[in-house]
Design a protein around this ligand. Structure first.
Ligand code: GTP
Length: 185
């Protein structure tokens, strides 16, 4: 279960996965630094971040540790090591590219083969690029994938503007907390 880290009792590792260029690094930059980093460099292997948060429903401080995993298949060997100990997953796809939604099933297989099913959220990113005319992914398709990964929520974000990015992590943190509470109380 979650480890003790000094007086900071709750420590959750979260992995964000999804195809290359869906915006994983940008989502994390937006969440952690509250700004859009326009030319996020392609992730090589993995990035690692830490944030201390207070979720209103949980009284104590929580340490979130993020692993941002390169979406390119050639980094598959690196990614395996990083799922170990993950308490939550963000499955991210690009709302403008349907194949990135379909590929969530491949990501699910990879994740679950290592750590089984853990609390997770499905995220459709790049909402700012959508208009009422160019929405190519319908909600039935999304619901199907959401069920397949057992995601508690589906959230559409814009990492560029910051829309709903905060929601993703506060909801996931709460869910992880609830699912681990017996082991850490
Ligand atoms: P890998 O490191 O290759 O796995 O990619 P990634 O999923 O981390 O994607 P990254 O964050 O590098 O973003 C890819 C491109 O999409 C960058 O040019 C970003 O600026 C852009 N981008 C990310 N999120 C958004 C968004 O919400 N809206 C728009 N318009 N562009 C975005």
């Amino acid at each position: 279960m979650s480890k003790m880290v000094g007086s900071n009792k709750y420590f959750f590792k979260i992995c964000i996965v999804g195809d290359s260029e869906v915006g994983k690094t940008t989502i994390l930059n937006q969440y952690l630094k509250r700004r859009f980093v326009p030319e996020a460099q392609r992730t090589i292997g993995s990035n690692f971040f830490v944030k201390y948060v207070k979720v209103p429903e949980i009284e104590r401080l929580i340490t979130l540790q993020f692993w941002d995993l390169a979406g390119q298949p050639r980094f598959k060997w690196v990614r395996y090591a990083f799922y170990k100990g993950a308490k939550g997953i963000v499955y991210a796809f690009d709302l403008t590219r349907k194949n990135t939604l379909d590929n969530i099933l491949t990501w699910k297989e990879e994740v679950e083969s290592k750590i089984g099913v853990v609390p997770n959220i499905l995220v459709g990113n790049k909402l700012d690029l959508l208009t009422s005319e160019n929405r190519i992914i319908n909600l039935d398709e999304v619901s199907y994938i959401q069920q397949q990964v057992s995601a508690s929520e589906y959230i559409e974000t814009s990492a560029k503007i910051g829309t709903k990015v905060e929601d993703v992590f506060s909801k996931l943190t709460l869910e992880i907390y609830k699912s681990n509470i017996e082991g850490i109380e």
